[in-house]
Design a protein around this ligand. Structure first.
Ligand code: R5P
Length: 265
């Protein structure tokens, strides 16, 4: 692998082979999402526990201190909105020059397999890979399902993840599924990180799916709402970090969460 791309990947994926990405890119189609009204404030207490932050150029420029030490994964697909007709109708919203200017360590783009705009998003993705590989920038695929959350089966996620890798993704972000998640990871020749999806009921549920996903081969997470929409976001991210980088079990993560919440850790 070329030195530049390997170096950037090493900044994202830690020496233990694991990664905790913190996405705050939701506003690109959702507007001022709950608890992300001021993204700069949201990430302030959390960023030290993340291995990278994922956001758009607008939030990066306006809300994040350029002295930030953590690597940036720039979201470069968009052009859709929650009130529009079809979430899958995305294009590339940031040029390669801008990606370089903003010193991104990686970029991310959604693909919508099986949607009305499948071909368009896959071709966008392949073109982005061509542009970024020229400069040693890794591309992370986001296997998006839009509003169709029920699509999240191993068969579908495995299909999307494999296609993304075949088109040149260096990392694939996909959803976790309880059944056969190992098949999703096994069929994907590049590292897989788990996206969180809408906030679940308890912290323990998050620790359980992150733990199970890692046992089945994922290298980490790209988890947003289940961290920063939680009442105790710092306790959440620290406990999730424990599962990822310290091999904590869900029960141990819950104990750490309780300690941080009580101000005892
Ligand atoms: C979608 O808005 C973005 O791609 C998010 O980065 C992704 O969905 C992960 O965030 P969450 O854990 O909130 O689903």
């Amino acid at each position: 692998m070329d030195w530049g791309i390997q170096n950037r990947l090493n900044r994202l994926i830690q020496k233990d082979g694991k990664a905790l990405f913190l996405p705050v890119d939701h506003g690109y189609f959702q507007g001022p999402t709950r608890k992300l009204e001021k993204p700069g404030e949201t990430i302030k207490p959390l960023i030290q526990y993340a291995d990278a932050v994922m956001l758009t150029r607008g939030v990066l420029r306006n809300c994040v201190d350029p002295a930030i030490e953590k690597p940036v994964i720039l979201r470069v697909s968009g052009g859709n909105s929650v009130v529009g007709d079809d979430l899958s109708n995305e294009g590339q919203i940031t040029s390669i020059t801008e990606i370089l200017r903003l010193n991104a360590s990686a970029v991310s783009m959604s693909i919508y397999v099986g949607s009305k705009h499948e071909h368009q998003t896959l071709m966008n993705f392949a073109r982005l890979v061509d542009q970024c590989e020229d400069y040693g920038i890794p591309v992370m695929a986001v296997t998006a399902v839009g509003r169709e959350l029920k699509k999240r089966t191993a068969r579908y996620l495995g299909l999307c993840s494999r296609i993304a890798a075949e088109l040149g993704a260096r990392v694939v972000k996909t959803y976790y599924c309880e059944e056969d998640f190992d098949k999703v990871v096994d069929g994907c020749p590049v590292p897989v990180v788990i996206a969180g999806g809408p906030k679940v009921d308890t912290a323990l549920e998050v620790f359980e799916f992150v733990y199970d996903g890692l046992q089945k081969g994922a290298i980490g997470v790209n988890l947003g709402r289940n961290v920063w929409q939680h009442q105790y976001p710092v306790a959440m991210i620290r406990a999730i970090r424990g599962v990822i980088h310290e091999n904590l079990t869900p029960k141990e993560a819950q104990q750490l969460f309780d300690q941080v919440k009580a101000g005892k850790a």
